[in-house]
Design a binder for this molecule. Structure first.
Ligand SMILES: *Cc1c(COP(=O)(O)O)cnc(C)c1O
Length: 384
C-alpha cells in the first residue's frame, strides 16, 4: 500500500513514524540533542542541527504533516506567527505587493500593516467574500495573495476556489492560513493553494500546552521557505515536536467532537432571546453557509456572538461561565472564551477593527470536547 491509500485518520497515527521503530519504541522518542555526529552530509542544509529543522523529531513531523495534507513537503516552526512571517518573507521582497484578506488574524493583520511596509513591501486588503473588487486591487508588482479559511473572529468562509483561480490566472503565490479549519476540514493543497499555513498551537496539537506552526506545500516552495526559516531561526524544539506529534494522533477524534458540540451550541445560541447575533458557518443564517458547505468537510468549532447590552454585560457573562475558561487562543480540548477586542485583536486600532466589523462586545467561544449538554447548561445559567 502506498501512502495515498490511507485515510487521514490513519495517517495521523502512522505517517512519518520511524520504520523500523527506534529500539522498538511505540512512541517516537525525543532526540534532545542540538547537534549530531557528521555522517558525510554534503550541504549546510543537511548537517543535522535543531535550527536546521532536520533532527529525527522534525523529520517525523514533516512527513506526518505532508502526508495528512496531500503535500509534497512540510515544515514545523516555533509558532504560527513564525510560520506566517517566514512564509511571507520567503516570497516577498522590497518592491513587491501582497493582496491580503481584509479580516485577518490580529497578529497577521498587524504584521502586514506595520511591519511589511518597513521592508518596502506594499499591501492591499481585499474582500474575499466578493470577487468583484479583486482585479482592482491587483498591481503589476503583486506577488502573493493571502487568505484565511475561516476568519477570526467573524467565521467567514471566502470563495476559496475563486481565490485559487485568481492566483493561477495572475501568477501569484497563494497562501492560506488554515488554522481554524485544520487539515481535517479543508485541504488547501489538494484544492490548489500553493502554501498552507497553520498555528499548530491550535487544533493540530489540541492541548493548549505548546506553541508551534506548520507550513505545507510543494517541495520547491517548502525548500524556499526552509532557507528563510534557518536564517530567521524560528525552529521548533524537539520537546515541542514530540508533544505536537502526540497531539496530532487524536486530532480526528477531537475535531469530530468539537464540531458536533459547536453545531449544537450555535443552534442553542441562535434561539436564545438574549443573543442578538451568532457567527458560525454551519448555521443557515450565516452568510458563509453556502461557501462552508461547498468547501469544508465540517463547520469547525469556533463561534462568535453578541448579547444584548454593553461591554460590562458581555464581561459579566464571561465571568459567570463555569466551564469556559476566559483565555485567548483556541483549539484545545477545553472550552475557552474571550472578547477579541481585549485579546486577539487588541493590536488593531479601533478604526481598523470597525472596518473589519469587530465590535467591542463581540464574544468568541472556542468549543472543547466536554459534553455539549454541560456546555449548554453553563451558557444558559450565565445568560439567565
Ligand atoms: C493563533 C493563530 C495564529 C498565530 O499562531 P501562534 O501559534 O500563536 O503564533 C495565526 N493565525 C491564526 C488563525 C491563529 O488562530
Amino acid at each position: 500500500m502506498t501512502d495515498k491509500d490511507f485515510s487521514i485518520e490513519t495517517k495521523l497515527i502512522h505517517a512519518g513514524e520511524p520504520n523500523p521503530r527506534i529500539k522498538g519504541a511505540v512512541s517516537m522518542p525525543i532526540f534532545q540533542s542540538s547537534n549530531f555526529e557528521y555522517e558525510g552530509e554534503t550541504s549546510y542544509d543537511s548537517v543535522r542541527y535543531i535550527r536546521l529543522n532536520n533532527t529525527p523529531n522534525h523529520v517525523a513531523l514533516h512527513q506526518k504533516l505532508a502526508a495528512i495534507s496531500g503535500a509534497e513537503a512540510a515544515l514545523v516552526t516555533s509558532s504560527g506567527m513564525s510560520a506566517i512571517t517566514t512564509a511571507l518573507l520567503a516570497f516577498l521582497k522590497s518592491g513587491d505587493h501582497i493582496m491580503a484578506h481584509n479580516t485577518l488574524y490580529g497578529g497577521t493583520a498587524d504584521y502586514v500593516v506595520h511591519d511589511l511596509p518597513e521592508y518596502g513591501i506594499e499591501f492591499d486588503f481585499f474582500d474575499a467574500l466578493n470577487s468583484e473588487d479583486w482585479e482592482s486591487k491587483l498591481k503589476s508588482n503583486t506577488k502573493v495573495i493571502y487568505v484565511e479559511t475561516i476568519t477570526n473572529p467573524l467565521m467567514d468562509v471566502a470563495k476559496l476556489d475563486a481565490v485559487v483561480q485568481f492566483a493561477k490566472k495572475h501568477n501569484l503565490v497563494s497562501m492560506i492560513d488554515n488554522t481554524f479549519a485544520s487539515p481535517l476540514l479543508f485541504s488547501p493543497i489538494k484544492n490548489g493553494f500553493d502554501i498552507s499555513l497553520h498555528s499548530a498551537t491550535k487544533y493540530l496539537n489540541g492541548h493548549s500546552d505548546i506553541v508551534a506552526g506548520a507550513i505545507m506545500g510543494s517541495q520547491a516552495h517548502i525548500s524556499q521557505v526552509n532557507s528563510k526559516l534557518i536564517h530567521l531561526g524560528g525552529s521548533l524544539d524537539p520537546n515541542s515536536c514530540f508533544l505536537l506529534q502526540r497531539g496530532m494522533k487524536t486530532m480526528s477524534l477531537r475535531m469530530e467532537r468539537q464540531c458536533e458540540n459547536a453545531m449544537e451550541i450555535a443552534h442553542f445560541l441562535e434561539n436564545h432571546p438574549k443573543i442578538t447575533q451568532v457567527n458560525y458557518p454551519g448555521l443557515k443564517s450565516s452568510k458563509s453557509y453556502e461557501n462552508a458547505k461547498e468547501f469544508l468537510c465540517g463547520f469547525g468549532a469556533m463561534i462568535s456572538f453578541e448579547l444584548e447590552g454593553d461591554v460590562a454585560v458581555a464581561d459579566a457573562f464571561i465571568q459567570r461561565l463555569e466551564f469556559a475558561i476566559n483565555a485567548a487562543s483556541l483549539g484545545g480540548v477545553e472550552t475557552l472564551v474571550t472578547r477579541p477586542v481585549q485579546t486577539s485583536h487588541s493590536l488593531m486600532s479601533p478604526l481598523e477593527r470597525e472596518k473589519a466589523g469587530i465590535s467591542d462586545t463581540l464574544i468568541r467561544y472556542s468549543v472543547g470536547i466536554e459534553s455539549a449538554n454541560d456546555l449548554i447548561a453553563d451558557l444558559k445559567q450565565a445568560l439567565g
